[in-house]
Design a protein around this ligand. Structure first.
Ligand code: AMP
Length: 483
């Protein structure tokens, strides 16, 4: 097995790696670091969670350890599709370069040009940037790219989705022909292939197992859901989400909830908050300081539910996400793989649950085709409620938010006013209290979902709520396992 000490990395970098607690290089690191250090172009086909950030950051630091940057002329460039990803790369850089004297600047939108200009003026060894902001600086005449020796393109397939490829091509053209290129993408779409053929010179190609095939630690499930009426579908879908979350109980220590549209990210986050779930949204239209705060809260366990768009959550490294909920079926099958890859990381178990409405069934089929397996169906938790609703007063589509967190709490005469999206429905059947405090959710016991629990329930079969929803929800996890 390859060791870090075999890779010819700078001794100060090795020291930092040791302090970070890494013992052995991951396959992408073992494959990409040696050719990168030889000055060769690298084409890494790998996604987040494989250790790919270190696979380009470590050789970059080693190669730049000697020499100094001149004013406004960065020596290397790392391009990332989103601000969060760029910030994450910068964080990684700080960790690995802590014993080496190198300067870096982070050029992302939402931060004032002035501060960034000051850094660039001083001269930076590593410039980490989103393509748009980098070109803004270039056009303002503040940046000269003639001295770039190494250019890294991270998450190129996401760049493609976001329409950044023309910017990337332009940036390639602004850097010297002799530069070294380290290029990473989770998938090789034809357009990405074209770019690599054009701008990379005889690259060493390293492909590591795609998450679609390496996601054995992730238990998957899908609820095929149809609203009782078109105009109720949206609010009923949010109720399904809440019931799915509740059914997971304590096992759901934290979760990312993905929506396809930014507007839905906001609506779902707002709705969950109304129902006393500890949730916050993250998407590209929110201001940077809010995004950073939300993300920080989620990372350190203060926030339990992060409601996100693909772009905002792409590449985020949150090592211990117990659950991913796909509120919407992603329109690109690859995004499903990326989304569920947020859980079950670093050998932990994870669970990914999706809600599929009829209009998304086509996209859903594409996903099953891509991952080459059928996603186990979970019974629609509302189905039972619906047969009861037939006897209940009309408009019983959605319940009121819980006025209390205790299960089966007696109803007080003064109920909380229902949120805007609710109708005047009777109190829902007993639901488990949600433990939204950061202390309870970070308990290690609740994190230890063993794979044996899956086996006991019959292979990969996801236990649904089905006709027994209310009693099922009331049962403890142990009782459920025993039943
Ligand atoms: P990435 O794919 O770059 O987002 O990395 C995923 C996670 O793996 C990050 O939390 C890294 O700190 C961690 N990591 C990277 N390389 C190693 C390694 N060789 N050993 C253990 N953890 C690692």
């Amino acid at each position: 097995m390859t060791k870090f000490s075999d890779l010819n990395l700078n001794s100060k970098v090795l020291k930092a790696i040791e302090e970070a607690g890494y013992e052995t290089p991951t396959p992408i690191q073992a494959g990409a670091i040696p050719p990168a250090l030889e000055g060769r172009d690298v084409l890494g086909i790998a996604q987040t969670g494989t250790g790919k950030t270190a696979s380009f950051t470590l050789p970059l630091i080693t190669m730049l350890a000697r020499g100094r940057a001149r004013a406004r002329m960065p020596r290397s460039l790392v391009l990332c599709p989103t601000r969060e990803l760029a910030a994450q790369v910068a964080e990684n850089f700080d960790t690995y370069a802590k014993h080496v004297k190198l300067t870096k600047a982070l050029l992302i939108g939402g931060v004032s040009f002035k501060e960034q200009d000051i850094l660039i003026d001083k001269g930076v060894d590593v410039l980490i940037a989103t393509p748009g902001r980098l070109l803004d600086h270039f056009e303002r005449g503040k940046l000269i790219l003639n001295d770039v020796k190494v250019m890294v393109v991270d998450e190129a397939d996401r760049m493609l989705d976001m329409g950044f490829i023309p910017d990337i091509e332009r940036i390639f053209g602004l850097t010297p022909f002799t530069r070294q290129t380290l290029f990473f993408s989770a998938t090789m779409a034809p357009e990405i292939e074209r770019i690599t053929n054009t701008f990379l010179s005889n690259p060493e190609r390293i492909e590591v197992a795609r998450q679609a095939t390496a996601s054995e630690t992730i238990e998957q499930g899908v609820v095929m859901f149809k609203g009782s009426r078109k105009d109720r579908e949206a609010s009923e879908k949010r109720k399904v989400l809440r019931m799915l979350i509740d059914a997971e109980g304590e096992k759901c220590t934290n979760a990312i909830i993905f929506c396809n549209r930014k507007t839905d990210v906001d609506i779902v986050a707002k709705s969950l908050t109304k129902y006393k779930y500890d949730a916050a949204p993250i998407h590209g239209d929110l201001d940077q300081s809010q995004r950073t705060r939300t993300l920080e809260g989620f990372r350190n366990g203060d926030l339990r539910f992060l409601v996100a768009s693909d772009v905002a959550a792409r590449g985020l490294d949150v090592p211990s996400v117990s659950h991913v909920f796909n509120f919407d079926v992603p329109s690109h099958a690859e995004d499903y793989v990326h989304r569920i890859g947020r859980t079950g990381r670093a050998g932990r178990d994870g669970k990914a649950i999706m809600i599929c409405v009829p209009r998304d069934e086509r996209n859903f089929e594409d996903i099953e085709k891509l991952i080459q397996k059928a996603i186990p169906r979970i019974d629609n938790p509302l189905a039972k409620g619906r047969s009861e609703a037939a006897e209940a007063p009309k408009d019983a589509a959605e319940e009121k938010p819980k006025a209390t967190r205790a299960p089966r709490a007696p109803r007080t005469p003064k109920a909380e006013p229902a949120p805007a999206e609710t109708t005047t429905a009777p109190e829902p059947v007993a639901e488990k209290p949600k433990s939204t405090s950061s202390r309870s959710r970070s308990s290690s016991s609740s994190r230890s979902r063993s794979s044996s629990s899956r086996d006991e329930r019959g292979g990969n079969k996801v236990v649904g709520l089905g006709d027994h929803t209310p009693s099922f929800i009331e049962l403890s996890f142990e009782e459920r396992r025993a039943s």
